[in-house]
Unconditional design. Structure first.
Length: 235
């Protein structure tokens, strides 16, 4: 299983202002969510569908969060507990776009894991692909690009994902793909209109990130784009 995004992007940590915003988000999440009954998250992690079903029948809120602000649905996807995930998705009151304090949603985790079927199920239920227009934030497209899941990159783009959606620190999906050396994903994003000239808050463009990580093939593709501008071509 991929490492949690918070561990994988230490190099992308925001400023103190951003850290303070995360703390405030965590407090808000805790204030607005139901407390989880004992045993819920253990049952979720173990994919114990009967146990979770019994708790729901007793009135447990399917949107309950753990002490870190992660919802039951989010944790089901983190643990690849697909039986519990399907059960939770069947609950009329489930909040598909419920985010944890880092702004991560169920769709983002499905994209990080490369779970096409689950991503399609979430989209069919109306899952939001991007943060609200005009607001920086991690997106499902960035998470798909992080692990080079090209089918999901295409799926998110087909559902209107903003190709240059910036994270809170200005990092775009293209930068994520470049940092992790996913050349085919970089080509796909460039063909969809991604702008390789953009820089994040630390001053890095996608080609800088590729070079810093030694992904020379990826950097070459980005270099050709920069040499030719945004003219159509094979990247």
């Amino acid at each position: 299983m991929p490492q949690p995004p918070a561990q994988r992007r230490k190099w992308l940590l925001a400023s103190w202002r951003g850290a303070a915003a995360l703390v405030l988000s965590a407090l808000a999440a805790q204030a607005g969510a139901a407390a989880a009954p004992p045993g819920l998250f253990a049952a979720v992690a173990a994919d114990k569908v009967p146990a979770v079903r019994a708790l729901l029948a007793q009135g447990t809120d399917p949107n309950s969060v753990d002490p870190r602000g992660n919802s039951a649905l989010y944790m089901a996807l983190q643990h690849h507990a697909l039986g519990v995930a399907r059960l939770l998705l069947a609950q009329p009151s489930i909040r598909i776009d419920q985010a944890n304090p880092e702004g991560e949603t169920a769709l983002m985790i499905a994209c990080l894991r490369g779970d096409d079927a689950l991503a399609r199920t979430l989209l069919a239920r109306g899952a939001r692909v991007d943060p609200p227009l005009g607001k920086p934030g991690w997106s499902a497209l960035s998470y798909a690009a992080t692990n080079g899941h090209d089918r999901l990159v295409k799926l998110m783009l087909a559902h209107g994902a903003r190709v240059d959606q910036p994270a809170p620190n200005g990092t775009t999906p293209l930068m994520m793909a470049a940092y992790f050396g996913h050349t085919s994903t970089v080509r796909l994003l460039l063909a969809a209109g991604a702008d390789a000239r953009l820089r994040n808050a630390m001053g890095f463009a996608a080609i800088d990130l590729a070079m810093r990580r030694g992904h020379h093939d990826t950097a070459e593709v980005l270099g050709r784009w920069l040499d030719r501008g945004r003219k159509p071509g094979h990247w």
